[in-house]
Design a protein around this ligand. Sequence first.
Ligand code: DPN
Ligand code: ZN
Length: 503
Amino acid sequence: MSSRTITPKRSAAALAATCAAALLTVTPASAAPADLGSTINGNAVNRHLIAFQRIADQNGGNRASGQPGYEASVDYVAGKLRGAGFDVTTPEFTYQAYFLDSFSLAVAGQPVEGDVLEYSPATPQGGVTAPLAVAPVDDTPGCSASDYDGQDITGKVVLIKRGACTFGEKAKFAGERGAVGTIIYNNVDGALNGTLGDPDISKIPAAGVTKQVGEALAGQAGAEVKLDVQARLETVTTRNIVAQTRTGRTDNVVMAGAHLDSVPEGPGINDNGTGSAGLLEAALKLGGSPKVNNAVRFAFWGAEESGLVGSTQYVQGLSFEQQLDIALYLNFDMIGSPNAGYFVYDGDGSTGGPTGPHGSGQIEQDFVAAMAKQGVEVEGDEFDGRSDYGEFIAVGIPAGGLNTGVETLKTEEQAAKWGGTAGVAFDPNYHAPGDNLSNVDRVALERNAKALAAVVDGYSKSTEAVNGMQTRAERAQLRAARVSLMAQHDAPVMTKAGHHNLA
Ligand code: DPN
Ligand code: ZN
């Protein structure tokens, strides 16, 4: 095992002093050098969270991409990484962001509780007023234009049940048959929280309502609907941070990332101050020129909350050879949820979700072991496409990582195993103003940060267990096979963090 610090040449006097100091410690001479995980201290990680909270407080309460709180977060993180001697760049990128100015929905003169679907076109000023039509409720409601064969929906607002295809497709088909708007209702309890997926799919405005509201509206065909959406697309310029060690092989890079942006609604301390803080602290402890076999590249992503934009553009901006230089990718998004669970991305598909690229099962095992070492039993978490590993696995790069749970409710069994409260979300403040410094589980944060550092440390020495003694040609072949497999299956995923585009 290598020591983390490079031992400088020392004078005889300094050496004598060091030896004397060593004699005073209880560490046996044979003790292995500390691994990176054991150098991580929860208070040091928390200090970065305090910084993010202050940055949000000084910048309108958020750290969202395109906003000053994000820029200040970049300055803080990049400054620390530069200070630690990393090779740091902050590549800029742009994207189209959807801004909603106002939304209202009324049926038969009564206001109806609902929300816009992300990327819904705006209505004219003053909204659209039209009679309500109800799409047939079958196994594939509104999933093809022929669903409207027996019905004239021209000039109407169509009510469609969630299920079987994307919201974007439902809106598109209704628009093709002449509808002037659509209301999509949930098929499970809770808000629909939907996105059309992209700004071009639908020509007609789209609203989302709960199951209860939708079922009530289904009995009101012909009633007058007034839907008013004032929204716009704007080009946002923002950046990622990419910091690499100056040592280690650059053709077998260990990559680890966390998104640094928050949603506009709050300071984003758990989501994802925690992942950023843990990753930053591990980088600072590793240092810019460690004695490693493989270079380590840390990424702090921008615009994750706008649809995984920073990580996606980063991966797509690399040539195939540059992608091949990346041995694996590790992701850390929410690692201090206040009602924490302990989740490791399910690389081998054993929980029933998609299997990660070749090697992802080994990464899963290495995280399981790093948590077990701290006495924590974990559960597998599906690669559901909701965080920045998405584009890495799409191009066949083995991936893994940790999270402590999002909006899902903790079960009795999980509460018995991990503590916390059953029937309450892992993070009740997810994407809300309450995602602040008061609502973090610091024990979970420290454990996850230690595991993060331990696993990064291990791979900086060798990735053989993940990729084998692969030749470059073998690696290329495996990744190409993976990409074509993904294309065949056309795996359904959520395209925006927390915003379903699907049934
Ligand atoms: N991607 C997270 C967000 O930023 O909203 C939510 C999330 C984290 C979902 C981890 C799944 C796993
Ligand atoms: Zn988020």
